[in-house]
Design a protein around this ligand. Sequence first.
Ligand code: GUN
Length: 284
Amino acid sequence: MTAEIINGKEIAAKKRLEIAEEVEKLKSKGVTPGLAVILVGNNDASRTYVKNKQKACEELGMNSLLIKMSEDVSEEELLSKIEELNGDPSIHGILVQLPIPKHIDEKRVIESISPLKDVDGFHPINIGRMMTGQNAFLPCTPYGILVLLEESGISIEGKHVVVVGRSNIVGKPVGQLLLNKNATVTYCHSKTKDLTKHTTQADILIAAVGIANFIKAEQVKEGAVVIDVGMNRNEEGKLCGDVAFNEVSEKAGYITPVPKGVGPMTITMLMYNTLKSASESISD
Ligand code: GUN
């Protein structure tokens, strides 16, 4: 079997058009969605991510506010900036780009963001609301995966989903979101015994381990849907996923490539969450 490629770039572009239309409608009611991004220090990857987030805001007609803080900023100063943004009615989404320097308590920072403006979906209140199936900001990469599956016409109910990786940002929440859609979910991680025994049972296999080409064809069931969340650099410095794409695409039914798979969906769902926050700010 040769897998159908799930084109994340195309699906993201379609979603962004829909978001831009909704932004225009909100603007006609006098509200322009605004996203504040706080960047602490000079991490190169973080700078690129933040630039892309600002660019997306501009393209979709939203306001973006970039707050740069030096590597040695105090925790108090960062918390006080977040407090100020929590009370700013022109700001609907607040995001602190991770990682932040070690002298700052990441949990304390995340919990200081108003759950009503937590467009990353990282606040424990939003995580709890997601787990119990209530209205919440859903974390952007897992939400993007859900949209990729839905837009590709792949049904989730009753499917066996195997998630490889248990990070708080991707692995854990993506399993939870798919469980909410009535999938049967298995989590695998670095201590799992006989990984292949589990992964070959998957109707939908989600690889979120952060190791280049970790998932091989022998670990995939014929015809399975394979979602690759990896963003790794191989020996030649080329971007590659957690899945050995060439061999797995000969066996899978559907597969996301890297790049142009899951990646473009993450910022798209951040834009969606910011729009949702702005809409809800006038509907209460
Ligand atoms: N660093 C890497 N990914 C993310 C993300 O989705 N949100 C934030 N805030 N920081 C990140």
